[in-house]
Design a protein around this ligand. Structure first.
Ligand code: HEC
Length: 264
């Protein structure tokens, strides 16, 4: 019996320890946190627009249908057809790329993964940091690299928006991913900090760094929605359930009073 309890304690301890290490980023990456608001429909619509324009050419979102997305994000049908549907003309179709997986593998050496669940597998902070961390690297086959995902096979899909940046340096971080001496870091308008990497903007894009960050937060928000479409309804259902329970409680109280009046 004693042995069993020691075993249980050690299993529990190892589970807790490993999950803390995981929560801390597994020892050594710095991630930025986007501002995401699931009830901000304009932000999610913008994310959807960026997604179909810049990502769907290579990636699938095979578990999502256009019309479900339009309904959840309150996008009118005509706008959906005009601005979002490039890979098909049927609203009920899945969000699939037109690029054959075989060709993609030949071109990039790896098939671009489906993005429906990426924000759950990788977590939103990772996705948000990754999308802003591409930099020019002439030694890589695509001409791009990523400070969060070294030797990444994905080229920078949104360099027109962000501009072209080059890696200046990686700042030292502690085991939990925090930048050591962060207050001493000084940045001017040509330099940005993404995760723990400092970049220099060598060619400006259509957006300022702040606008690009906002756009990437919108896109990350859309990917969070895509991984769990019920998230939009879940909160409303929660509010209705609580309201229902409160009303029921009121009625029960009145009923109780009614019964007890006869008994007194
Ligand atoms: C030109 C093709 C192409 C485009 C366009 C593209 N990607 Fe990728 N993406 C890839 C490839 C290839 C990989 C695999 C990278 C690897 O494993 O080295 C990838 C990997 C990723 C990953 C990492 C997945 C993981 O868990 O490893 C994310 C996240 C991602 N892409 C998001 C996006 C988003 C969001 C867009 C739109 C802004 C986009 N991609 C546009 C080709 C593309």
């Amino acid at each position: 019996m004693k042995k069993l309890s020691t075993l249980l304690v050690s299993i529990l301890a190892s589970i807790t320890l490993s999950s803390t290490a995981f929560a801390a980023g597994g020892g050594g990456v710095t991630l930025d946190e986007p501002y995401i608001n699931m009830s901000d429909k304009a932000s999610l619509q913008n994310g959807a627009k960026l997604f179909v324009n810049y990502c769907l050419s290579c990636h699938n979102a095979e578990y999502a249908r256009y019309n479900r997305v339009a309904e959840d994000l309150e996008i009118p049908l005509y706008q959906l057809k005009q601005n979002l549907m490039f890979t098909t003309d049927k609203e009920g179709d899945l969000m699939k790329t037109t690029m054959p997986a075989e060709d993609a593998k030949d071109w990039f050496g790896v098939t671009p993964p489906d993005l429906t669940l990426v924000s759950r597998v990788r977590k939103p902070n990772w996705v948000y940091t990754y999308l802003r961390a591409f930099y020019r690297d002439d030694s890589s086959p695509s001409g791009w690299d990523n400070s969060l995902f070294e030797k990444v096979a994905m080229p920078h899909a949104m360099y027109e928006l962000q501009g072209v940046q080059s890696l200046v340096e990686r700042l030292p971080i502690d085991a939990s991913g925090k930048i050591i001496d962060k207050d001493k870091v000084e940045l001017d308008e040509n330099h940005t900090l993404v995760g723990n990497a400092i970049f220099e903007l060598s060619h400006p894009g259509e957006m300022t760094p702040a606008e690009f960050d906002k756009a990437m937060a919108d896109l990350t928000g859309f990917l969070v929605y895509l991984a769990e479409p019920a998230i939009m309804k879940r909160k409303t259902i929660g509010v209705y359930s609580i309201a229902f329970l409160l009303i029921l409680m009121g009625l029960c109280y009145l009923l109780k009073k009614e019964y007890w009046r006869d008994l007194h």
